[in-house]
Design a protein around this ligand. Structure first.
Ligand SMILES: Nc1ncnc2c1ncn2[C@@H]1O[C@H](COP(=O)(O)OP(=O)(O)O)[C@@H](O)[C@H]1O
Ligand SMILES: [Mg+2]
Length: 328
């Protein structure tokens, strides 16, 4: 399906690719187009290095969906990886001993388990949970017709798609550990705390989150609801990277029908030697891109020229939209 039809019909569109290729620009331009074609649109940046506000030329307070002035139907959100973490303290800063009021018992035999558990919280857990919260959000009732994702560079986003397995793993371990601790220290703990039980609903929250992620994933793999648009530039390295990204997306069953080839030098008479040489390089790679991703893999390629100026704010984003969405 053409990008235009995706924007008019789907529930979600995710823009992804290497850093600096134009993901945010294409996502913003698409979101504006969809909003102006009557779809109540939410654009979400899940890239921790946010630039969505800069692209749209507005201030976006972290974690707050902000209606964009002057464009009806458009709301933008930069997720705040730190925001929702309080409720998951139990897994983001794992120290069950402390949590249970038993700190200072470092020499106890359970330390090994604790360490194993701590090592399950890899760096980036905050981001993973923030992304999970976004998935949970899209599964709850809301008024948006379309959610456009401006995602983080390649590897990052894909890691999140395997989140259900990761979370199930954590839940299992957490349960086991809590059981062990409970058995061994239950009596001691009651002595220390005077029988008072600290309420811990981390597991419940995790289980709820896990089930909404599983539901969200059903939507992410449904071509009638979601499509991933790869943004790339016309370089050898980008071809290799796009190939890997496509493989990963196939592995997770995420539908991909469009690939944007951005920042192409146009054929004009004024090209200097430097630009001419860059154009030749790009054209060589573009034929490979057409052959591999177009002919062989049947993807729709969208070619966008390199603009003389930076693409920022409404008018420029609309101008880019002419190449990205409506070529006629
Ligand atoms: N076709 C283009 N012509 C000129 N500048 C572009 C084009 N596409 C993107 N840019 C500029 O390139 C920079 C990086 O784009 P951005 O969308 O932020 O990339 P990403 O989100 O992939 O990191 C921005 O300053 C943007 O204005
Ligand atoms: Mg970006």
């Amino acid at each position: 399906m053409e990008l235009k039809d995706l924007l008019l019909n789907l529930k979600m569109i995710m823009f992804g690719g290497k850093g600096g290729v134009g993901k945010t620009t294409c996502a913003s331009s698409s979101a504006i187009w969809a909003a102006e074609h009557g779809r109540n649109t939410l654009i979400i940046s899940t890239d921790p290095a946010h630039s969505l506000g800069d692209s749209l030329g507005v201030e976006l307070p972290p974690g707050v969906p902000t209606p964009i002035e002057g464009i009806s139907n458009l709301t933008a959100l930069e997720i705040d990886p730190k925001a929702n973490m309080a409720e998951f303290q139990g897994i983001t800063s794992v120290n069950p001993m402390e949590e249970m009021g038993l700190s200072g018992m470092g020499d106890m035999p359970l330390m090994e388990d604790m360490q194993e558990f701590s090592s399950l919280s890899p760096p980036g857990i905050d981001e993973a949970l923030a992304f999970a919260k976004v998935l949970e959000f899209i599964e709850t009732e809301h008024d948006y017709d379309l959610i456009v994702f401006d995602t983080a560079p390649t590897g990052h986003t894909l890691r999140f798609l395997s989140l259900p397995e990761t979370l199930s793993g954590w839940i299992g371990k957490l349960l086991k550990l809590k059981l062990k601790i409970g058995k061994l220290f239950g009596a001691v703990k009651r002595m220390f705390t005077g029988g008072e039980k600290k309420k811990d609903n981390t597991l419940e929250l995790l289980e709820k989150l896990n089930s909404s992620i599983l539901n969200a994933r059903d939507d992410l793999i449904n071509p009638n609801l979601n499509s991933f648009v790869i943004v790339m530039i016309s370089e050898e390295m980008a071809i290799a990277e796009t190939g890997r990204l496509l493989n990963e997306l196939v592995k997770y069953n995420i539908p991909v029908s469009n690939i944007v080839v951005n920042q192409l030098y146009e054929d004009t008479r004024e090209l200097c030697d430097f630009c001419k040489s860059r154009r030749e390089m790009q054209q060589r790679n573009l034929s490979k891109i057409k052959d591999i991703f177009g002919e062989k893999l049947g993807k729709i390629l969208i070619e966008i020229p390199l603009f003389k100026e930076e693409i920022r704010e409404y008018y420029k984003l609309k101008e880019l939209g002419k190449f990205l969405i409506n070529k006629d």
